[in-house]
Design a protein around this ligand. Sequence first.
Ligand code: AMP
Length: 397
Amino acid sequence: MLNKVSVDDLEVKGKKVLVRCDFNVPLKEGVITDLNRLTAALPTIKKLVGDGAKVILCSHLGKPKGEPKPELSLAPVAAKLSELLGQEVVFAADPEVVGENARKAVEAMKDGDVVLLENTRYRAEETKNGETFSKDLASLAEVFVNDAFGTAHRAHCSNVGVTEHIKTSAVGYLVQKEIEFLGNAVNNPVRPFVAILGGAKVSDKINVINNLLDKVDTLIIGGGMAYTFLKAQGMEIGNSLLEADKMDYSLEMVKKAEAKGVKLLLPVDHLVGKEFKNDTEFKTVLDTEMEEGWQGFDIGPKTRELFTEAIKDAKTVVWNGPMGVFEFENFAGGTIAVAKALAEADATTIIGGGDSAAAVNILGFGDKMTHISTGGGASLEFLEGKELPGVAAVNDK
Ligand code: AMP
């Protein structure tokens, strides 16, 4: 159980409550193309509105690099959120985020009203956890709630600095849910516990591999990162992705898995292509048949079977990272096969944000998963066993 004050523990009637949300949504020509992060924020907002708080929302969006960028304004979020909430979300347009306009909007609030501030990253201090902006944000409210899991692995003004200037703080329902799902899966799993890692680089997942080997029964490694493991064990990998300086580490991990009795599954066959594009010439080869001039872009059919078998018997599965270059239709098959295996498994299935979450949603398996994290980076750091600063900063119970 998460030992943090939650929104259920607060008395907020008539109080101004600043809520850090994760409204870092994908935008295409001013239109929000994926509503997941907005709908994920609703339970906390509704609870606070229902309890009669004055709810002041804030978030970053993209990387405006410390100055106002109209294309990264949160105005479209206020409009969409008004629709989803069924009540007006007043947008406090303000180049300083907490300037005259924002203060006026907050002063005009009645109990149960909702105001959304402008993109917190319009202020350069935000990502540096600067004192002035932290104080500015804190000056608006009496209570702070952090419900932005997607940025919980960062120490910024709007999730960490602000807590130094507001006495009462709590985690929102989304952060609570994320930590409980990920925490239970990793620290208290129903076994067999299978973790699946993929994506481009071993270097991004070094600590995740190390930490998970202490916890899982089976570790599946696919995607580009598998090639460094294969090469380290003496296989030919043609022109596939290789991080030569991580070969020793990979061997260490292979040995650690053996010593711990963890089954480490790597690809046994591959879809290899000539060039990094969808319509390149490609074929299926076994590990032993990799040639110069060809690169592994996806796991092959035998590997899909091998991974599916391992997932079938699992009772807990955590997945982070695609099995191949899933953005190219010809090399999406391995990622689809794994998503399908998870959807069919009689297990608690947790998707660790980022590309694997996108893949699962695009492929239509979203509602078949137990939990899809809203934070790729945050869930990875959680899987590394690290404390998330955005959660640590909130008051303990
Ligand atoms: P990551 O951000 O580390 O999870 O990596 C995701 C990226 O890895 C995706 O954009 C995939 O296209 C890429 N990827 C996965 N498998 C491969 C591969 N075999 N070769 C090159 N890129 C890959």
